[in-house]
Design a protein around this ligand. Structure first.
Ligand code: DMJ
Length: 675
């Protein structure tokens, strides 16, 4: 076609300009002209986006600033980058995609799985290349070299006793612009991969049996093949094992199971109209924490809405004279109360002190400040009261704000309060100085007054009751090995080395409590005296209910030290669980760990799926999978992202204008790629 045919009027009657384009050309010609203009625009933007040297090398101030906005929204908009276009409810099975107001409503699980596999593959390859390039700056190999059958070939702890995270900082720095790895496993050693696969199969066994015999119930009775519910869940069927197990399923890559659980949550998890008395603490750590973790990992906004729904139901429990919440809430009536046995109706330190990770994050992802305000109020009340000898008693009266009975413990009733001080600081990208100071002070006094050494040289946290030490340590308190080591890595000397060493010593003691039993599983509590060390004394201390705390510390210390003993100890626990706790219908707890043929308790606790199996799986996985640099684990092992550091934080810090600009650019870029 000649030019005179494209612009006939112009050529024939140049003096008649200006005239409208409609009059100037026929429709076909207008389309062609449009293509030419579009091509020009494409070329200009393509130059800006794809030729980096032009971004900085030549004077393009306006385009440069456009690019900066693009870069900015790329950083702040991971929710949109990570996920494929959202799917409408009815489209999930057909694999169609549809956008809903920029919200991610439903991920396509198969596409997600492919995406995750691809990302894991690319990351593994890139990591290997990076590590090759970086070997010169690493003082030791990051992964132990050879292994015996049990996975142990000797310690690879650094010669200076240092921490792995420090030495590999160069690699980490180079990896930091990646999207966090949330699925897979990564470790290339066949022996470790096989161990991880064993743990993965344990999860499948636990989950499948729950799904077969107790679907929708809170927990499973694996021997009698029916549902089970503890009083903490009230009288309803809230699918506690589903909510607790979902993120573990996702991390392990069980996407069909994950999808089934996810759909159950969407359709059935609803507290409206429910008349049941729930534990505020347990509901927060298992349900709110579990749902928020799934939201962070997947970007599926259904999880955020459910977490919000449940947390809102807990809010009336905070309507006390001080704002310190009660332990129990009746969801139907909104009335709340404390346990009668708890120091004249006091609230419990480990309960009201274990809300901050979930509530602060919930405020950030919903934009609703009320949850953060509840936490701030608790902190103010706590800080106002003088503490006996600087220690935090386990009880606080919610009417007066005064401390109750002088019982201090790193185990039951105290434990996760200390954990959340540390992790609130870490979660805030170390901006929450108040939490840090409280943690440092609390540890200073707790370590100074409660840490003891046995005759045989075992380090342990004793308890204190009315100024007298009780030389007993709960299984629950064994989380403190990991906590102290994790905290230590983030503190300055001299606390740093002191806390790391203490963390290792406590974890060693907790392993001893396992090793000194016939089952190689640890008791609920163990004691130290002239007669015994790290063993239970009373019959009601000898049970094991699939608890995670000892394994949790193995996992944290493995990540921080790469000392293979932690993987060895974890593998010992796997073998003991398989031998004594596995039954055809799932996993059961034991009534006496010192018995050669222990009686089984017929309960598969929901935290076995949330914590015990997750920590074991991560123990045999690559460091990048749910990296401790990017996530903090809530006390139920649900990973929550670290603000600013982890792009999956998905906070409401994305301004709407950023979001609009981002979408324009991302669509434009996609258009360019398809041309
Ligand atoms: C879990 O629910 C949590 O770890 C909590 O902090 C303590 N108890 C159980 C597991 O033992």
């Amino acid at each position: 076609m000649g030019l005179e045919n494209i612009l006939p009027t112009y050529h024939r009657s140049p003096t008649k300009l200006p005239i409208s384009l409609n009059k100037l050309c026929r429709s076909k010609e207008r389309v062609l002209l449009g293509f030419v203009c579009f091509g020009l625009v494409v070329a200009c933007f393509g130059t800006v986006f794809f030729l980096p040297e032009l971004r900085t090398g030549i004077a393009l101030p306006s385009l440069n600033s456009v690019y900066k906005v693009y870069e900015h929204v790329q950083k702040v908009g991971p929710e949109f980058i990570l996920q494929l276009p959202p799917l409408a409810k009815d489209d999930i099975h057909e694999g169609k995609s549809q956008q809903h107001h920029g919200q991610i409503d439903k991920p396509d699980f198969h596409l997600l799985e492919d995406q995750a596999r691809l990302r894991a593959k690319i990351e593994t390859e890139e990591r290997l290349e990076l590590e090759q390039n970086q070997l010169k700056v690493l003082p030791k190999p990051m992964i132990p070299s050879s292994k015996s059958e049990t996975g142990v070939s000797g310690s690879t702890t650094q010669p200076d006793g240092g921490i792995k995270g420090e030495s590999s900082v160069t690699v980490r720095d180079q990896l930091k612009n990646r999207l966090p790895m949330v699925q897979g496993g990564g470790d290339l050693e066949p022996d470790i991969r096989a161990k991880r696969e064993t743990v993965r199969k344990m999860m499948k066994h636990a989950w499948d049996n729950y799904a077969t015999y107790a679907w929708g119930k809170n927990e499973l009775r694996p021997i009698s093949h029916k549902g089970h519910s503890a009083s903490i869940f009230g009288s309803g069927n809230f699918g506690a094992s589903i909510v607790d197990g979902l993120d573990t399923l996702y991390i392990m890559g069980f996407m069909d199971e994950f999808k089934r659980g996810r759909d159950w949550v969407e359709e059935n998890l609803n507290l409206t109209g429910v008349s049941s008395e729930l534990s505020v603490f347990e509901t927060n750590i298992r349900f709110v924490g579990g749902l928020l973790s799934c939201f962070a990992i997947t970007g599926d906004s259904m999880f955020r809405e459910k977490a919000l729904h449940i947390a809102e139901k807990l809010l009336p429990a905070f309507n006390t004279l001080t704002g310190i919440p009660h332990a129990l809430i009746n969801i139907g009536t909104g009335t709340s109360k404390n346990y009668a046995w708890a120091s004249s109706g006091s609230s419990i330190l480990s309960e009201f002190g274990t809300m901050s990770l979930e509530f602060n994050y919930l405020s950030d992802v919903t934009g609703n400040p009320v949850f953060r305000q509840k936490i701030e109020q608790i902190i103010q009340v706590i800080k106002k009261q003088d503490r006996p000898d600087g220690l935090y008693p386990n009880y606080l009266n919610p009417k007066t704000g005064r401390w109750g009975q002088q019982h201090i413990s790193m185990g039951a009733l105290g434990d996760s309060f200390y954990e959340y001080l540390l992790k609130s600081w870490l979660q805030s990208a170390k901006t929450n100085d108040e939490a840090k100071q409280m943690y440092v002070d609390a540890m200073d006094t707790a370590v100074g007054k409660l840490i003891q050494k046995s005759n045989g040289g075992l380090t342990y946290f004793a308890e204190m009751k009315f100024n007298r030490l009780e030389h007993k340590m709960d299984h629950l308190a064994c989380f403190s090995g990991g906590m102290l080591a994790l905290g230590g890595t983030h503190l300055e000397e001299p606390l740093k080395s002191k806390h790391i060493e203490l963390g290792k010593a406590i974890t060693h003691t907790c392993h001893e409590s396992y090793d000194r039993s016939s089952t190689k599983l640890g008791p609920e509590a163990f004691r130290f005296s002239d007669a015994i060390e790290a063993k239970a004394l009373k019959s009601n201390e000898k049970y094991y209910i699939l608890r995670p705390e000892v394994i949790e510390s193995y996992f944290v210390l493995w990540r921080l030290t790469h000392d293979v003993r932690y993987r060895q100890w974890g593998w010992e626990a796997v073998q003991a669980l398989e031998k004594h706790c596995r039954v055809d219908g799932g996993y059961t707890g034991l009534k006496n760990v010192y018995s050669d043929e222990p009686t089984q308790d017929d309960v598969q606790q929901s935290f076995f799926l949330a914590e015990t199996l997750k920590y074991l799986y991560l123990l045999f996985s690559d460091d990048e999978l749910i990296s401790l640099d990017e996530w903090v684990f809530n006390t139920e092992a649900h990973p929550l992202p670290i603000k600013k550091v982890n792009p999956l934080y998905r906070g409401k810090f994305v301004k709407y204008s950023d979001y609009v600009v981002y979408n324009v650019f991302i669509h434009f870029k996609m258009l360019l790629m398809t041309i």
